[in-house]
Design a binder for this molecule. Structure first.
Ligand code: GCU
Length: 660
């Protein structure tokens, strides 16, 4: 495999105390041989070795005791941990609960919490907590910013020690499902569900199973044609149905415990049911029936839109597409289908409204999809801690029901009482030494897992945990780094595209500014700026997108006076002279936020430099280099955006700053 070494990220277990008394582990009704319990105990051994220089012993005598007890009153995958001076008792009803409980104990010990103060009861908010890799079989990663794939290379698969560490990281934050290959399934990846790869997939699946993780595969909807030699992949064709049934039988026999398929169909050139005049529900249900006998599920993505739009067309609105294609079939998707819905209606911009499909569907299993790969949020060069954004998504009230109407309620299964529900993230890892390109981007990896397990955690709690586990530094430095993380999303938003309009990025690459880069393109991604104003009219006088929400959201979004200002340009075409609540005009806001954002990016870089003496020198240097690039990026954004709008509007900056 390519990368020889890799960091331990937040599982570095740096020394916290000199108390090196050994531990004895007692299992009641769990066996130390159970595969996940076995991994949990091995992890505990790693942890106490690092934290204390202690080991696990079979001896009695002067030892601490970790007692693991099966307790069926604890929720699935939940745990209860209670410490006293002599050790800790961990209760769980299943093996995943045991390993999550062990990691929870290790988190506490890492935060220097005394044994007798350990006390926590937890149950996962979301049944499904998934990572989606966009790894291709040639080793490249679509939207990857941290090296190449650690699963694939040269159209082949690899499993090694790094894979085991990867599984440990995922289990440590509560991830229980992983899709290993890109949603755009082409070439060799189509063959992952054939004999060519079953052995290797099984090897990887076994490693995941040791950590309580199910493996899933993205599939090619045209597989019946490409693998089976059929003429069509029409979901209502008898031959196609029979092909998928036989194929799925084979897959589940070869891969016992396999999770199911993730499908991107009829999107950005991928094949799908539309070719045959069928619906998305026809496609999803056909596959769902094929995997149902084996307990499999179909995760069907809702990222379906027309990507060959004419920019001259003001009526077609990409934001509407998900709802328009999927809403009508609410209630018709089979029980083992779950629709995977991006957090916003467009595509992972730094600011978007919440997708109206979330909660728009009231009889369908829903999986929230977010992206921790920083495609539009700085490529893991710029610091952008995304957990505050995900919290906003989860906390959003959809008004889809009298109670339990937030996105967190919907994707946890609380709203509809369904079991198939949860959260998925497009992952930000690769085979770089530090896994995530920017060492600080690991906060998003850690944070997504923690948040998916417990949506009640705050962004700050998660940031603090990650900082304390990753770095070995004093409290003041921890505070500083936590504060940097917490501010970073707002800063990135300030120096990039304003008030929810999005895009303005370099086309295809998606890093750095290009205000008109996507303005005259086929992608449905316009800002519609002219000499009087900017923004897309998505009110009832425009594309009508605002009407896809329930009241009172629909009316609020429909009216520029009531629309949340951070989304103003997403919903309305606004004159530059429009007065915002702050008293600033829109144009002045654009100038001010860009000057501020750039200055704050410089401050982030300075704050990092002030940590030089307390951070490992290699980590320091790697991150410092990223901050230099971020500052350059912020300057470019500031100057291009400000110049663009000055030239369009011919309105000068009130503060007389340099605009080009
Ligand atoms: C974005 C991204 C693509 C990706 C797509 C998806 O458009 O740029 O690379 O394939 O999302 O989510 O399927």
């Amino acid at each position: 495999m390519k990368a020889q070494k890799w960091s331990q990220m937040w599982l570095g277990y740096h020394r916290v105390s000199k108390d090196n008394k050994n531990w004895k582990v007692i299992c009641n009704d769990f066996s130390k041989e159970d595969r996940v319990v076995n991994s949990a105990i091995a992890e505990f051994a790693k942890g106490i070795k690092g934290y204390f220089g202690a080991g696990i012993t079979e001896d009695d005598g002067d030892v601490y005791v970790l007692e693991i007890i099966k307790d069926t009153s604890i929720a699935n995958e939940g745990y209860s941990i209670k410490g006293e001076k002599s050790g800790v008792t961990l209760r769980a009803s299943d093996e995943n609960g045991v390993i999550y409980g062990v990691f929870a104990i290790l988190r506490k010990l890492g935060a220097r919490i005394r044994l007798e103060d350990i006390c926590e009861k937890a149950a996962p908010s979301n049944p499904l907590r998934m990572m989606n890799h966009w790894d291709n079989m040639d080793g490249s990663i679509e939207r990857g910013y941290s090296g190449e794939s650690f699963f694939f290379e040269n159209d082949d698969m690899y499993v090694d020690e790094r894979t085991v560490d990867y599984a440990r990281f995922m289990a440590s934050v509560g991830i229980n499902g992983i899709v290993i290959n890109n949603v755009n399934v082409k070439g060799a990846a189509t063959y992952l569900i054939t004999d060519r790869f079953f052995d290797k997939v099984k090897e990887l699946q076994d490693i995941f199973a040791d950590y309580g993780i199910k493996l899933y595969l993205s599939i090619n909807f045209a597989a019946p044609i490409e693998l089976g030699g059929l003429e069509v992949c029409d979901p209502l064709d008898e031959g196609v149905i029979a092909w998928w049934q036989a194929k799925s039988k084979e897959v589940f026999e070869k891969l016992p415990g396999f999770g199911g398929y993730l499908v991107k169909a009829d999107s950005e050139g991928r094949p799908g049911p539309f070719t045959y005049g069928r619906t998305q529900a026809d496609g999803a249900n056909m596959l769902a029936d094929a995997v149902a006998p084996y307990g499999g599920i179909i995760i069907w993505r809702c990222f379906v839109y027309n990507c060959t739009q004419d920019w001259r067309d003001y009526k077609t609105d990409r934001a509407r597409a998900g709802y328009d294609y999927f809403k009508d079939f609410d209630g018709e998707y089979h029980d083992n289908v779950i629709l995977q819905i991006k957090n916003g209606p467009m595509d992972f911009q730094i600011r978007e409204p919440i997708s109206p499909l979330l909660g728009g569907l009231t009889k369908t299993n829903q999986l929230l999809e977010v992206q921790i790969a920083q495609e539009y949020t700085g490529h893991q060069i710029d610091l952008c801690y995304l957990i505050p954004m995900f919290k906003e998504v989860l906390d959003f009230r959809t008004y889809c029901s009298e109670e339990n109407d937030t996105v967190a309620d919907i994707v946890s299964g609380r709203t509809m009482g369904n079991k198939l529900a949860g959260m998925a993230a497009v992952i930000n890892t690769g085979n770089d030494f530090n896994w995530t390109g920017n060492d600080l981007a690991a906060a998003n990896l850690y944070g997504f897992g923690r948040l998916a397990y417990n949506t009640e955690l705050s962004s700050e709690e998660i940031a603090r945990e990650w900082v304390a586990l990753t770095f070995d530094m004093d409290k003041a430095s921890e505070d500083k780094l936590t504060d940097m993380l917490l501010k970073s999303r707002e800063i990135y938003e300030k120096y990039t595209s304003p008030l929810g309009i999005g895009w303005m990025v370099t086309p295809h690459v998606h890093y750095g500014p290009s205000v008109d880069g996507y303005e005259y393109s086929r992608w449905g991604t316009y800002h519609r700026a002219d000499h009087k104003g900017i923004g897309v009219d998505r009110s009832d006088k425009g594309t009508g997108y605002a009407q896809q929400y329930y009241e009172p959201n629909a009316s609020a979004y429909n009216d520029p006076e009531k629309c949340p200002e951070e989304l103003l340009l997403f919903f309305h075409h606004i004159p530059y002279t429009w007065k915002l609540k702050s008293g600033q005009t829109l144009i002045q806001y654009i100038y001010d936020s860009h000057f501020e954002g750039e200055a704050e990016a410089e401050q982030l870089a300075a704050d990092w430099n002030s940590l030089k003496d307390v951070v490992d020198s290699e980590v320091f240097a790697r991150v410092a280099e990223r901050f230099e690039l971020q500052v350059a990026n912020a300057k470019e954004w500031r100057d291009q955006v400000n110049s663009y709008f000055f030239r369009k509007s011919d309105i000068a900056d009130e503060k007389g700053r340099k605009i080009y």
